[in-house]
Design a protein around this ligand. Sequence first.
Ligand SMILES: NC(=O)C1=CN([C@@H]2O[C@H](COP(=O)(O)OP(=O)(O)OC[C@H]3O[C@@H](n4cnc5c(N)ncnc54)[C@H](OP(=O)(O)O)[C@@H]3O)[C@@H](O)[C@H]2O)C=CC1
Ligand SMILES: O=C(O)CCC(=O)C(=O)O
Length: 449
Amino acid sequence: MQDVQSYLDELRGKLEVKFSNQTEFLQAVDEFLSTVAPFLEKNPEYVEKNLLEMLIIPERIIEFRVPWMADNGAWCVNTGYRVQYNSALGPFKGGIRFHPTVNQSIIKFLGFEQIFKNSLTQLPIGGGKGGSDFDPKGKSEGEVMRFCQSFMQELQKYIGPSLDVPAGDIGVGGREIGYLFGEYKRLNGYQTGVLTGKPVSFWGSLARTEATGYGLVYFVNHLLMDQGDSLADKRVLVSGSGNVAIYAIQKAQALGAKVYGCSDSSGYIIDEDGIDLAVVKEIKEVKRGRISDYVKLRPNAKYFEKENIWDVNLSFDIALPCATQNEISEASAQNLVKQGVKIVGEGANMPTSMAAVEVLKQNNIFYCPGKAANAGGVSVSALEMAQNSQRLPWTFEEVDQKLEAIMLSIYETCRDTAAEYAEPMDLMAGANIAGFQRVATAMVSQGLV
Ligand SMILES: NC(=O)C1=CN([C@@H]2O[C@H](COP(=O)(O)OP(=O)(O)OC[C@H]3O[C@@H](n4cnc5c(N)ncnc54)[C@H](OP(=O)(O)O)[C@@H]3O)[C@@H](O)[C@H]2O)C=CC1
Ligand SMILES: O=C(O)CCC(=O)C(=O)O
């Protein structure tokens, strides 16, 4: 039988040739492959069965044209994607991203990570992801609605409550999910469970809006408690000021941390008196404005135009990247070390480059990978599916308690799996191996399909 290292090297070489232009996808795969050797050594049947290559090739990729009309009558067109990655554990499940940078590489990296994340939740969901290079920023309500309707006219052919259940991601929140749901309903009838992240008025789950940010902070809090520590008075910075960032700030503050800064794609703010979340919410959730407006309402705060928050000159304890992929470069990671950071908890998907992860590791900074730490969102999406199947809503407290229990279980699984197969507290290896183990077992049991 081929030895594990030569199998992995050969596979890497093959993928680099086949997907040479898909850098984010190759990055996500490479990060995964760099951690699984010890598990494969103990479980050689997965090498014999070539299961890794099987997992890395998506079950299906759908790419489609999305034509729509701008308010001024212009004929516009974007590209839509849905990657139905792996259905060994349940219907494909994962968000939809609307952002101008979206391409097949981005959707594939997100879909690949989603497989392991969903597996770690222990809930019956497979992995998928979708999106479009449409930019909702600066578009009118009418334009966003017409785009969503056109996107769903095509996507509806491929999704369903037991087949593939999309949700939100960057640029897709309750408003967009509402328009997507309305169009699906018009074409197929009322099927509550076809999308999650729905507004509560039509069978969305209470606490789904908060779930990713809250879940991230629960994960970090359990890590701290394991070290005999707590969030009280910890100095925290958060990147982004969207859905994940806002509710991470809310929960961190509720647990006694001091959050001093957040950002958007134009720059970042530092408020030494502590972020006033009501002001951020008004700017971002109500006015859909820019974070620079914060300093107009809080004149003691400072705004840093076109700068990355991770290059800040301020000492702090915990970094919560909640914006986008590769926002923490190797140089930014070195700055985090300089500023005294002890924990990096990823709310975003793959926000830390591989070179940056290496810097964190070498400096003994606890690194909580997104596929574990941001799994709260998809977990509550799965709970939304359960409520929709039951046709009964659960209370906020009920959902929140289940969310915290799931995040504790994910944290403990990653910690214990790391201890068994890698370095203690190598949570990235723990997440990859534990996530893989469950999917791989299911794939083998289901045969070559
Ligand atoms: N929503 C969810 O439930 C989940 C989301 N995630 C991940 O969390 C991250 C944030 O998602 P979410 O909060 O939902 O998205 P939102 O669209 O609500 O917010 C995204 C935030 O990130 C900022 N941002 C986006 N792109 C960039 C960029 N290139 N540089 C700097 N800032 C940027 C945005 O700023 P601006 O407004 O200026 O663009 C905005 O503040 C993503 O990585 C997503 O995949 C992970 C799990 C679940
Ligand atoms: O709620 C979901 O289905 C997906 C959330 C998501 O896109 C993610 O976890 O990255």
